[in-house]
Write a protein that binds this ligand. Sequence first.
Ligand SMILES: Nc1nc2c(c(=O)[nH]1)N[C@H]1C(S)=C(S)[C@@H](COP(=O)(O)OP(=O)(O)OC[C@H]3O[C@@H](n4cnc5c(=O)[nH]c(N)nc54)[C@H](O)[C@@H]3O)O[C@H]1N2
Ligand SMILES: Nc1nc2c(c(=O)[nH]1)N[C@H]1C(S)=C(S)[C@@H](COP(=O)(O)OP(=O)(O)OC[C@H]3O[C@@H](n4cnc5c(=O)[nH]c(N)nc54)[C@H](O)[C@@H]3O)O[C@H]1N2
Ligand code: SF4
Ligand SMILES: [Mo]
Length: 710
Amino acid sequence: MNEQLPSSRFYGGCPHDCPDTCAMVYEVVDGQLVEVRGNKDHPMTRGTLCVKLKDYHDHHYNPDRVLYPLKRSGPKGSMEFERISWDEALDTIKTRWTEIIDKYGSQAIMPYSYLGNEGLVQGLTAGDAFFNKLGTTVNEKTFCASGSSTAWLLSVGPTGGVDPESFVHSKFIVIWACNSISTNLHHWPFVLEARKRGAKVVVIDTYRSRTAKAADWHICPKPGTDGALAMGIINAIVEGGLVDQDYVDNYTVGFEDLKERASDFTPEYVEKITGVPAEEITQLAKEFATTQPSVIRLGVALERHAGGGQTIRAVCAIPALTGSWRHVGGGLLQMPLWEFPVHWDRVSRPDWINPGTRVVNNLRLGRALTGEMELDPPIMSFFCYNTNPVSQAPDTDKIVEGLKREDLFTVVAEHFITDTARYADIILPATMAGEHDDMMFSWGHFYLTLNQKAIEPRGEAVSNSEIFRRLAKVMGFDDPRLQMSDQEQIEHFLDWDADAMGGIDMDYFREHGFFHLAVGTPDDRLPHAEGNFPTPSGKVEFKVEGAKNFVAPPFRHMYEEMQSGEDVDPLPGYVPPRESPETNEDLGKLYPLNIVSPKSHGFLNSCYANEPHKIKGQGEQFVMISPEDAQARQIREGDPVRVHNGRGGFEGYARVTDDVPAGRVVATLGYWRSLNRSDGSVNSISSDAHCGLGNAPTFSDNLVEVTRVN
Ligand SMILES: Nc1nc2c(c(=O)[nH]1)N[C@H]1C(S)=C(S)[C@@H](COP(=O)(O)OP(=O)(O)OC[C@H]3O[C@@H](n4cnc5c(=O)[nH]c(N)nc54)[C@H](O)[C@@H]3O)O[C@H]1N2
Ligand SMILES: Nc1nc2c(c(=O)[nH]1)N[C@H]1C(S)=C(S)[C@@H](COP(=O)(O)OP(=O)(O)OC[C@H]3O[C@@H](n4cnc5c(=O)[nH]c(N)nc54)[C@H](O)[C@@H]3O)O[C@H]1N2
Ligand code: SF4
Ligand SMILES: [Mo]
């Protein structure tokens, strides 16, 4: 039973782009947020918050917060701003946009957002309906999980897969390119419970991460070679006579072709590509097939190289070959997102996009702003919310160059003057989660979570939804959808009649705070014991004929163009990384080390990376390097080093460790370039090339050199 909340308590849902979407409780005294804690009644998140959020109430009162609209009063990037009224801010935006539209057309305005806030109302798509009405360029939002999603939809369709809580029933758990202890903390207790009941835990990660250290077995492929590993496992399953032939015959398509393609991937060949010993590959295949229920948790990081999408298709084939889906706790977990009954069309209003409107991908921001991507009309105004591309998007030196353009009118809605906001002409103050209403879906579990406004916003901060209501008004749009209150939006966006909603209504949320979708319980959810995959054939599609690359909603909302990409290889397979010493010898001579830039334990993307106590916990920007590579470069523990390639560079402090194999370096993400040793971050060196499916990024497909800074 949930506790009845007295009036000074409100239900919260963590707003961050994190699979855990913790259920929270806001404690308010005298209009002040005095505590934010985990909601103990929530079965998945169980009353604990992570290190990032443990003082979330204080975060609301951070003295550096932007509390009033600001306008630039010095050169771009100088950090000189002065306070203005909301009226002046809105007036300026209206005037500048009207001029730009008159001269260049409305597509010269480019909106830009991501999941800095994950709510249905305040999140990724909060401004879509408004911008579609205005007729701006469409922003394709593929920072994360878009490649995984395309591969997933092609292979198994929009299923939520295994409930993360069902993992307690698993006997063989593979966590593939996911650092759960840092990035999916509330899943880890379920893994530990399974282990207590006898399960074996395998982590496949390109370095010895926190999670790899805690596993029973760490498999350590070279970055971007997981496709070969997956094909090798498929081959070993076939060669070992370990196929569940009945499952394959009844519930899959294309087995013979897959088998043939996989036959090249002998353990010895795969060892050569991945660096994983041949015996480990055969052993992994054997144990996965014979220790049921077996399950794979796919991390987002698996998509971040040239062959990311193809890799994920290959991984998706494995539990079907072994019949793991027959068991509760067996199969695949990627993103439960697809089970959430959300009317994305009502959220984003793709029907308001003028036919022929262009799409600009968010990973290509530098090219788009600098004119390297020849856009007609050029981008003359940039409107950014819920994201900090100067820290998080690839090839950031180019983005900064673009943002410095005198003729670009930039508006950023933010909590802080981030590395992106510092280049704005106008900064709009945005609310934090305790200050607005929302409903949270999740990409890491099956709960919808209510977030109630607990306190009045500080200063003159307003929610994203209110920003777009105000902009709609000044731009003269009178469609009622654009003036819906936050409560009305929640009601309007969810499909209350869907089976997954189990017949509940808003009162249920006000009373309980969260709801596990009616898609089976963790103890009995068995979605694909008898096929029933939501694919065109109803089966796992090892082979797809005639498919084109696409970006799925909610990452993109232009249905008519979704299927217009490149042809998709009918079968999964191995696509080598673009940047590795083996696959790109010339580049490898200049820049011999492969870098991966995973998430920081103590930051949430770039959030909290400006708070001194959080930096203290996380440590300043570091670069993990093997003893061999360090020695060859006369680098000692703690030395300042520069990581660089043809795109740019950044500095950090060396951590010499055999957690990282020779030939690789690891530097975690989120640090602000303005607070780093040099004006750079891990994304100064990253490429804006897309992975093969879903226009996803390639953050694990980059070569660099590391040198000691004297
Ligand atoms: N503490 C914390 N938690 C977070 C976030 C955060 O910033 N901080 N961000 C949230 C977000 S937006 C996301 S998408 C998730 C991401 O969660 P994860 O998918 O766990 O993301 P990462 O930490 O980037 O990468 C996970 C692991 O994959 C490994 N890896 C990288 N490339 C490869 C590869 O090619 N092959 C293999 N086998 N391994 C590879 C990395 O070394 C890393 O240990 O985390 C969420 N949770
Ligand atoms: N090298 C490298 N780069 C990566 C990754 C990687 O692994 N390696 N991971 C990628 C991934 S998976 C992701 S998801 C992206 C994430 O990249 P971003 O989405 O840019 O992530 P954040 O740094 O959290 O930026 C969110 C910003 O939104 C602001 N914000 C939060 N809530 C609100 C709100 O309600 N209103 C407004 N207006 N603003 C708000 C925050 O203050 C913050 O500055 O980064 C990608 N970049
Ligand atoms: S960031 Fe993730 S783990 Fe931390 S409180 Fe939010 S949802 Fe929970
Ligand atoms: Mo992400």
